[in-house]
Write a new protein. Sequence first.
Length: 234
Amino acid sequence: MPTATQSIRRSKTRRKPDLRHMSLDEIYDLAEQLQGRPVPGVRMSEDEFEAWCDEDVRAEWVDGEVILMPPVSDEHDDLDLWLSTLIRMFIEEQDLGVIRHNIFVRFASQRRRRVPDLLFVARNRLELLRPTYLDGAPDLVMEIISTDSQSRDRREKYREYERARVREYWIIDPLSKTAEAYRLEGKKFHLILEREDILHSSVLKNFWLRPDWLWRKPLPKVATVLKQIRTAAR
């Protein structure tokens, strides 16, 4: 058992992680250890973060700190792809805008670069899209909760998206099998109540979901769900 003095000495000599020289496996291991906490002892400018974080690294930049995110599970990835496909097909039929997933959103005034699981940008705001990020608030964001993102998605991002005036925010939690949606009214998010076990979007006209679809294994066929949504809109 090390003494208190030995522990202090060890902490003083422990080197901070050098992200720029770590392999991808080492970064993933560190992300698993930290479970959503900032990398200790590491600070970067926004330009430094942008230069370091390539397409293989899942990370976010929060006021100079770096948040590493572990690789997502197969279940998470499957649900993300299912939602992206469904919403893409829905908005393309009506030429509403564009859907993106896992790209940076830059909130300049908050000094943040976040990576939502899924975001929608309305057609009249497409000028915000840059080659590698969205420069400003999306109209709609969906986050799928992972074990490391409970606090980040439900508290930190909730407040940040609200402050940035994201018009609608969905929190999908496969761990507790719950789905919540919030719409912006004034400067605050307000819960969208389910009607007959259905969540209706206030941003995507005539779009709705039955939350129980999200927990089925396998997930329902996208074409079948889209047909139900279309039929209900008539």
